[in-house]
Design a protein around this ligand. Structure first.
Ligand code: SAM
Length: 338
């Protein structure tokens, strides 16, 4: 559904009410009934103890958001049938549920810029280092940033699970470069019994990886290598390297340097994985918070790029066998010639 600018703005101005509608639909169980649909208004009203004329208007709210499809074949509203668009319940849990990334993002001090974007755009107002610094400066910032990252890892975990049979057989050591608190590295060990995974990250992140290690099912196979990928070559001895949501943080020339470092560190036949917030309309929308908040922070580039940027960069660097594996977020795999 593509709305006109006027209609979209009307929804945005009423955004908190729209979230109230979705939250109510989720909490009451209406979404569970609507998703398998079609289900009639009369049936919904009976099942949930709601009044049909009121529920009709409530469902109009959901329809205006593009979340339900209505079939109204008679003037008796109780016969009107509805069905939710596929995936609505899961999306509602992700966006308004207790572990939603939006809730987590809302804890950042975005209000410093709110209503003051003109000054911010002119460079007269910026986030301070206490508000946000990139990379994080203090232990508290590191912890809160990596928690946000972990909260958004779901699509990446789904995609590596989906392709586990392609990725890990025959591989022995995986280095997750800029691997956050180690959630992904710990996760892949579950489907790769012969793999050892290390997280390469700034030394300040070590305690967070130690915590992940203590709580994971394979602590003996999860390690940490402290370092700064700008100050030194990437460690050797790994037959798989990964950059997950790392390269978009940097300008193109820096991303290129990091991919070149990965090429240099891999053995012949070694594999590089790249998973990113590739630029699509959906991901740009989900990234809205960071696009807004980081207007006030010049250190964080936050540059969503099309997947083709990465496939071309890999080819230029000398990688072969470059493939884009499908998934919630696509995974780019590439190999150093053997
Ligand atoms: C956007 S986060 C992504 C974290 C994780 N890969 C994920 O997707 O959840 C970028 C990561 O790069 C790490 N990082 C930033 N600068 C770094 C540097 N100079 N050397 C090593 N790691 C760095 C950060 O600490 C952080 O863990």
């Amino acid at each position: 559904m593509t709305l006109s600018p006027r209609a979209l703005l009307s929804l945005l101005v009423n955004g908190s009410k729209a979230v109230d509608v979705v939250t109510t639909a989720l909490d009451t169980g209406l979404l569970d009934a609507l998703e398998p649909g079609p289900v009639s208004l009369g049936e919904l009203a009976g099942r949930f103890g709601m009044q049909p004329p009121r529920l009709y208007k409530f469902l109009d709210c959901l329809e205006s958001l593009g979340f339900v499809v209505r079939d109204e074949s008679s003037d008796d509203i109780t016969e009107t049938t509805y069905r939710a668009v596929p995936g609505l319940r899961e999306a509602a849990v992700a966006a308004v549920g207790p572990d939603s990334i939006e809730r987590d993002r809302d804890t950042y001090p975005w209000r410093r810029l709110h209503g003051r974007l003109t000054e911010t755009l002119r460079g007269e107002l910026s986030l301070s280092d206490d508000d946000f610094s990139w990379p994080p400066r203090t232990a508290a910032q590191t912890e809160s940033f990596e928690r946000s990252m972990t909260a958004g890892l779901g699509p990446v975990l789904d995609t590596v699970d989906r392709h586990a049979d392609r990725l890990w057989p025959g591989r022995r050591r995986f280095l997750d470069v800029g691997g956050g608190a180690g959630t992904l590295a710990a996760h892949v060990l579950g489907s790769a019994p012969h793999l050892r995974a290390d997280v390469y990250n700034l030394p300040a992140v070590a305690p967070l990886v130690a915590r992940t290690r203590a709580g994971c099912g394979h602590p003996d196979r999860l390690g940490f290598v402290g370092g700064d990928f700008f100050a030194e070559p990437l460690p050797t001895g790994y037959d798989v390297l990964g950059f997950v949501r790392v390269l978009h943080d940097w300008p193109a020339a820096v991303a290129r340097r990091l991919v070149e470092k990965a090429y240099a560190a891999l053995p012949p036949g070694g594999m590089l994985l790249i998973c990113e917030e590739f630029r699509t309309p959906d991901r740009l929308a989900v990234q809205f918070f960071w696009s807004y908040f980081l207007i006030g922070a010049d250190s964080a580039v936050s540059r969503l790029r099309e997947v083709e940027f990465y496939t071309a960069l890999l080819a230029d660097t000398g990688f072969i066998g470059i493939e884009v594996l499908p998934g919630a977020w696509e995974l780019v795999v590439a190999h150093k010639p053997g």
